[in-house]
Design a protein around this ligand. Structure first.
Ligand code: KG4
Ligand code: ZN
Length: 340
């Protein structure tokens, strides 16, 4: 079965074709980063207009790359939520209209569930059960994944998402949007130990996370210092990144011990962070566990993960009830509500 995947929940238009036997055939992305940079964050109205503008040409480009005609598509999957309502509506309307005109199945899927299953697009894929650390601009969650549609939320952030904290700290450091990669880059110039921040939620035994206090500590540190040199800012960036990584590694270790799982899957935009990957890899090796993370293009938002999850669910016979119904998007859609 050849499925077209459509991702439009935030600031990326992701379109991909995934085949049940060939895997990812083509995966294309239109990033809106340049559009939103001047505003220091995603502007929802501009995002949805950009999705409208680029969705059809991107679908055509994907078909051209694959040397296939639109009639080869056997199913359409789109992000139904969670995400920004405007972008979700664009994807849902496009997907439903296309599927209706081709008389093929259509299915709206959960963006978080798709991130978790992106790890299965790789040859070296995890098998159920595993623990997923989902860290992006909007989410920071630890989830026990027992099968497709069986999720237990083990812990989540009480305030800011990790990516959001990276983006806000980047702003304080005078770096551009999106801040995560910029902070990580500046941190490589930092000297270890010159600045330090205390680990959030220290002494707590549960798997909850918190990053807003740390963000305030960074702000205070910058405001209280006379030093505005690049070196000082790099030292701050390094200390911030280090404490975030330590905090996430600590939670992942506890999650594995608590569940008895031997596999950890790292997904979401922050999974692109090199220090986090390295630290988790050595921590998992110490615990005799395996750490999986998909390639960078599948960590951040992409159409392939939507097509793949759509394929898994459509193969089980799941479909949107009515192609031509009003697009029933879910801007808020917690993973736990998917449990069967
Ligand atoms: O999953 P994603 O592409 O979009 C959603 O939020 O759904 O994640 C984007 C987030 C942004 O906050 C960005 O700053 C962060 O991931 N990010 C990083 C890195 N690359 C992207 N954070 C830390 N280090 C990175 N290398
Ligand atoms: Zn995402």
């Amino acid at each position: 079965m050849l499925v077209l995947g459509i991702e439009s929940s935030c600031d990326d238009t992701g379109i991909a074709l995934v085949d049940s036997s060939l895997g990812v055939v083509v995966d294309r992305l239109r990033s809106q980063v340049d559009l939103h940079r001047q505003f220091g964050g995603v502007v929802p109205e501009l995002a949805s207009r950009d999705h409208v503008r680029y969705m059809r040409p991107l679908v055509q480009a994907v078909l051209d790359d694959a040397k296939l005609s639109v009639s080869s598509i056997e199913g359409v999957a789109y992000t139904r939520g969670p995400g920004l309502a405007g972008g979700l509506l664009v994807g849902a309307v496009y997907a439903k209209t296309l599927a209706c005109s081709l008389n093929i199945p259509c299915l709206g899927v959960n963006h978080l569930e798709a991130h978790i299953h992106a790890s299965m697009l790789e040859d070296d894929a995890p098998s159920y059960p595993f623990v997923a650390l989902l860290v992006s601009g909007g989410h920071s969650q630890l989830v026990l994944v027992e099968s497709l549609g069986k999720y237990t939320l083990l812990g989540e952030t009480l305030d800011d998402a990790v990516g959001e904290a990276f983006d806000k700290v980047a702003k304080m450091l005078g770096l551009s949007y999106p801040g995560g990669p910029e902070v990580a880059k500046l941190a490589t110039e930092g000297h270890r130990g010159r600045v330090s921040f205390s680990k959030p939620m220290q002494g707590r035994d549960d798997l909850m996370m918190s990053f807003s206090g740390l963000k305030t500590a960074v702000s205070r540190c910058l405001n209280n210092s006379q030093d505005s040199s690049r070196q000082f800012r790099a030292d701050v960036a390094m200390a911030f990144e280090q404490v975030v990584v330590e905090s996430l590694v600590d939670r992942c270790e506890k999650a594995l011990l608590q569940t008895g799982c031997k596999q950890l899957v790292l997904v979401g935009g922050v999974a692109a962070n090199t220090q986090l990957r390295l630290a988790l890899q050595s921590s998992m090796a110490r615990l005799g566990a395996q750490c999986f993370y998909p390639r960078l293009a599948y960590c951040t938002d992409n159409g392939a993960m939507i097509a793949y999850l759509g394929l898994l669910r459509m193969r089980r016979g799941e479909r949107d009830q009515n192609h031509d119904a009003y697009p029933d998007i879910m801007p808020r859609w917690p993973l736990a509500t998917l449990n069967q």
